[in-house]
Write a new protein. Structure first.
Length: 210
């Protein structure tokens, strides 16, 4: 297999880029990262050089491009079954895929009003916008349910780190940025994500311009 290249956007802003990047780092999957500057006049043209969608992230390997975060995570789980990027148990695996797909397609008010800004600190900003409180409540309910039913011991949604944690990691960052109040279960989960060495490396790569 040829070298794996993950094309990502600015680390401070690109929530979709964080997802596969974090999964690959936590799972010790080798790759080289390339960057596309977001929010620039030439951003779309730069992205189109890597992906027909004109968006990042993109995983490039063996002469093909795999775009969309969830598609990349599914591909990685197929290529590296020993990394257990989905839970082993069928019911837990179905649950993990369901909440990952829900995160992928939903939570629009949260995305709009609490955009990812890893270095920013804006307590309460946007939290009173329409739909945001309901989104926050749903995220916390997901986290509590997963932690209560985790099939193995560990601090993550299904015990050990999975693709579901990669999908929700940007939400952890958002909750930190906007000082979203959460209960102890959710705070402990957020602490586990933020304590990952890979997450620390991502944050260290952020710059104020994105």
């Amino acid at each position: 297999m040829s070298e794996r290249i993950l094309v990502i956007g600015n680390k401070n802003w690109s929530s979709w880029s964080l997802r596969p990047w974090l999964a690959m780092r936590v799972s010790d999957i080798p790759f080289r990262e390339e960057h596309v500057e977001l929010r620039q006049p030439g951003t779309r043209a730069a992205c189109l050089r890597h992906s027909p969608s004109g968006l990042v992230p993109v995983l490039k390997q063996d002469g093909r491009a795999i775009w969309d975060s969830l598609a990349i995570l599914e591909t990685l789980s197929e290529q590296f079954p020993d990394r257990q990027l989905w839970p082993d148990a069928a019911d837990a695996r179905a649950h993990a895929r369901s909440i990952s797909a829900e995160m992928h397609s939903g939570f629009q008010p949260l995305r709009q009003h609490l955009p990812m800004d890893c270095l920013g600190r804006y307590p309460g900003r946007g939290c009173d916008a329409d739909g945001v409180a309901a989104n926050i409540d749903r995220v916390c309910a997901i986290w509590r349910e997963c932690r209560a039913q985790a099939p193995v011991k560990g601090p993550f949604l299904f015990g050990h780190f999975t693709n579901a944690d990669a999908m929700f990691a940007p939400v952890v960052s958002r909750f930190e940025t906007y000082a979203v109040p959460v209960d102890t279960v959710c705070r402990d989960y957020m602490g586990a994500i933020l304590a990952l060495p890979a997450m620390a490396d991502w944050l260290a790569g952020c710059t104020p311009t994105g």
